[in-house]
Design a protein around this ligand. Structure first.
Ligand SMILES: C[S@@+](CC[C@H](N)C(=O)[O-])C[C@H]1O[C@@H](n2cnc3c(N)ncnc32)[C@H](O)[C@@H]1O
Length: 246
């Protein structure tokens, strides 16, 4: 959106993802930036169901039926409604009660230069309890039971835990921690003003709102999405594919 495309086709095999996108688009069209952050679940809001009533007429009948069936997801904020986000909620509970005190988490998330991040990780963060938590959380068994869809593992190799653990270490050391929305969500269960994903940043709000009508939803495999494309954002779909597909 920020690259000013003529059209975007959002393809997904899962209708739930498209229903989320449709509700997000309705929120961008009808609310202001602060209202979007509240409605989606970034900022506190006790009136999300009332806001949903306002947005509802702008949804397709299918999306309306979906969200009418899930008022609890709207009430708690749809960015927190996924299976993986619920799994992260449990992870964060363990992190706070068993691995690191709030001060250490706050200190980790404070802006630091690369050398300081590496030192903090080595001296304070990378404890035995931290490593154990991640070994457990990213084990095939726990991810399968609590987090990821079992389909996720169909084409995965034997070792599904090392990759996420290495990426997490990289995110704690090599990449600035204080502005990383995904790490922030992983550790605290929400974004922060200084750590918002691109689409939620104030500076992009107007452009996305104006261009939202250029988004077309497509339910089905990305390979079959109709149109001619000059760019792709393929998310993590390779995790679901066999070697031939990739
Ligand atoms: C991490 S989620 C991203 C969801 C959403 N697009 C977003 O950005 O928030 C990855 C999504 O890829 C979808 N997916 C996996 N393989 C796909 C394929 N071959 N074609 C279309 N969607 C696929 C899954 O259903 C899943 O919803």
């Amino acid at each position: 959106m920020t690259l000013n495309p003529e059209e975007i086709v959002a393809a997904d095999l899962s209708y739930s993802q498209l229903a989320c996108l449709e509700l997000r688009i309705a929120a961008f069209k009808q609310l202001d930036h602060g209202g979007v952050l509240k409605f989606l679940g970034v900022k506190p809001d006790s009136g999300r169901l009332a806001t949903y009533k306002k947005l509802r007429p702008g949804l397709s009948p299918k999306a309306r039926a979906k969200w009418d069936r899930h008022p609890e997801a709207v009430h708690f904020g749809i960015i927190h409604a996924g299976k993986f986000e619920k799994f992260l909620g449990r992870y964060q509970g363990l992190l706070r009660s068993w691995v690191h005190a709030t001060q250490a988490i706050d200190e980790l998330l404070r802006p630091k230069a690369r050398a300081q991040r590496i030192a903090f990780h080595a001296q304070t963060w990378n404890t035995r309890a931290w490593r154990l938590l991640n070994r457990l959380a990213f084990s095939r068994r726990v991810l399968g039971l609590l987090g990821r869809d079992k389909e996720f593992f169909r084409h995965a190799g034997q070792d599904v835990t090392t990759g996420p653990r290495l990426r997490l270490t990289r995110a704690l050391t090599e990449i600035p921690v204080a502005t990383n929305p995904y790490l922030r969500y992983h550790l605290t269960g929400n974004y922060a003003d200084a750590a918002l994903p691109l689409y939620l940043r104030r500076e992009h709000f107007e452009a996305i709102r104006r261009r939202a009508r250029r988004i077309r939803l497509y339910l089905g495999p990305v390979e079959k999405a109709p149109g001619k494309f000059s760019g792709f954002n393929l998310s993590n779909i390779f995790e679901y594919m066999d070697a031939e597909g990739t």
